[in-house]
Design a protein around this ligand. Sequence first.
Ligand code: MGD
Ligand code: MGD
Ligand code: SF4
Ligand code: MO
Length: 669
Amino acid sequence: MPITTHRSVCPYDCPDTCGLLVDVENGRAVKVSGDPDHPYTRGLLCGKMQHYEKTVHSERRLLTPLLRSGAKGSGEFVPISWDEAVKRITDKWKEIIASFGAEAILPYSYAGTMGVVQRNSGHPFFHRLGASRLDRTICSPAKGAGWKAVMGDTPTVDPDEVLESDLIILWGINAAATSIHFMQRVNEAKKRGAKVWLIDTYRTPTAAVADRVFLIRPGSDGALALALMNYLSRNGLVDSDYISEKVLGFDQFNSEILPQWTTQAASGITGIAAEDIESMARSYAAAKAPFIRLGSGLSRYGNGAMTVRTIACLPALVGAYGKLGAGCFPDTSTGTAFAMGRVTREDLMPAPTRIINMNRLGEALNRLDSPPVKSLYVYHSNPAAITPDQNSVIAGLLRDDLFTVVHERFMTDTAKYADLVLPATSSLEHSDIYRAYGTYCIQRVKGIIPPIGQSRPNKEVFSLLAEAMGFEEDIFRQSCDGFIDQLLLVPSPLREGTDSTRLEENRAVRLQVNTGLGSFLTPSGRIEILNSAEKEPLPRFLPTHEESSDLPLCLMTAPSLHSLNASFYERDDLRAKQEKMYLLMNPYDAADRNLVDGEMVTAWNSLGEVPFFLKVSEGVQRGVAVAEGVWWLEFAPGERSVNALVSQRLTDQGGGSTFYDNRIDVRKR
Ligand SMILES: Nc1nc2c(c(=O)[nH]1)N[C@H]1C(S)=C(S)[C@@H](COP(=O)(O)OP(=O)(O)OC[C@H]3O[C@@H](n4cnc5c(=O)[nH]c(N)nc54)[C@H](O)[C@@H]3O)O[C@H]1N2
Ligand SMILES: Nc1nc2c(c(=O)[nH]1)N[C@H]1C(S)=C(S)[C@@H](COP(=O)(O)OP(=O)(O)OC[C@H]3O[C@@H](n4cnc5c(=O)[nH]c(N)nc54)[C@H](O)[C@@H]3O)O[C@H]1N2
Ligand code: SF4
Ligand SMILES: [Mo]
């Protein structure tokens, strides 16, 4: 059989949404490389995706529906047919609805695939069913809320603008792992003379590109931003003309909030020396085009939205939002590229149903009544691994009276607790259309190999379930491609003028985003340092949740270079690169506890205990411990992984997760 090459896209929850070229031979993907024709990613793939064919054709792929035959969590199943699986699910749901109402059914999904159609295809079904709704806030809603409080709906600039910057601040982002194409631009800007700073809680791999690395106390970035702004203001380094024309509320902020934020005061909280904060402020003011690339790490705290809001004010003081290659870039704004209402179909809900925050799944499964959750349907997510408070989630999944269905590519930690497992296709086996959050591109792709085993795409499974439930709406009968054709008929200003031929050729297409310098989509038309619609009209410093904890170490639940949340652990090659499930600690913190590099230790707090291998590292500041990656329990050294140490508490706004706002102590195993 000849080898044919097809265009596809990386389906994972990564800002860049790379274009792929996939060689197919005899119905199998045999080689995956980057598509040089992609306007942003231009052929460069990360290490995780260079052998995506090993994931797609992994021996671990689920091939048939499976019915539990052993105790919950034992992983013992027997194969059954799709017909039987669908009948069992819908019979059980009809029974639950008759006794408890449809709100006793809870969908749980997040970002196993970022394709607009497959990702959201459960929404119309569960809306029509009248099930409880899931508030999908695990990632970065606090970042969104903080940004919006200052900038409203102003679109962020194109990431390529960073090439014009002379000072790039990577703030709370491990771009070497999570934004490799942005890093390419950063390296290019460095060659043109730009300086690069990193502000993080430990020396991540991204530190290698930075001219200056500032290690900050977790959750204290708001204090740093306030002190920088105070210094700029007291030393005549602000752009007064720009402020009077474009900024709302600076005078009040400057008199009521800033004065207490001396560099000494901020130094006490952030751990960064006062002289360093002063030199940062001077360099920031002197830069022609200072560009802040804001990650999500600093937003996953009890004060996360306020931190982002405070940082978003900083560029306004020096007029950076008015300059090419300057300002602040949290994520791109492509939410309106498609008519999402047609995809999610809230109109199908019989009446508004209750909303359950996905970060509090543990609480929902264990404590909720009126009605209790009697059935959980998980698709493209792995909550037993990735959700806060793993002990509580697993206790819920162990409930005998909970009917759990998991639609998955692999036997994940969550699937092991299911009553019924359904096999899912990978992105090479189904059609979809993608937008991105780190670039302004969209791409439409087709399935290019047949489904592995009896696996089916999300959309198709919801059509089967809808049919068995007797739902007759057209959306449940449409093919994925038919649905995408219709969706593309609905115009969007972002897609105006885009090349539809390229789109049909499965090539990535750049959206037309007007990131016009100097106009702001806020109620006042200005940058709103003062926002009277907010509970706190002015930004100020808020403490984290763990401020008053007596445990000594702040736990960083950071991304790994070789995995993506709990994805890619099916791959022996990539797991080998992570070596072991490590906890990184400063040499002094280790010595204080008589711990030595390489030994097994137990990290603990009031929520749980997790065994790790200790890695002593000078790159971690005292008082901080780092656990990279979200390991599957199958490969963890003990019974639990990192999220057993993470609480279900939420961010100050947006209902977000607080993955980084947790303290622990560590003892010998
Ligand atoms: N390789 C890889 N790529 C990924 C992912 C992955 O797991 N692995 N995950 C994907 C997903 S879902 C997302 S949302 C993005 C996330 O991409 P990022 O924004 O890069 O990652 P975050 O986990 O949000 O955290 C980034 C950094 O914030 C730091 N940090 C934590 N607390 C603080 C703080 O208080 N102040 C400061 N200044 N820094 C702090 C952490 O140490 C971490 O290095 O990446 C995506 N891409
Ligand atoms: N400790 C810690 N915890 C974290 C994070 C962290 O950095 N540290 N990151 C957090 C963040 S930012 C996020 S966004 C969440 C992400 O949490 P999740 O969205 O749950 O991400 P994954 O762990 O990648 O799990 C996705 C699952 O979807 C499956 N899948 C892939 N494609 C399909 C498909 O088409 N159909 C179906 N049915 N299944 C499919 C995959 O096999 C995989 O098991 O994790 C959060 N949890
Ligand atoms: S995970 Fe990110 S960098 Fe890697 S291939 Fe996918 S989109 Fe590209
Ligand atoms: Mo995320």
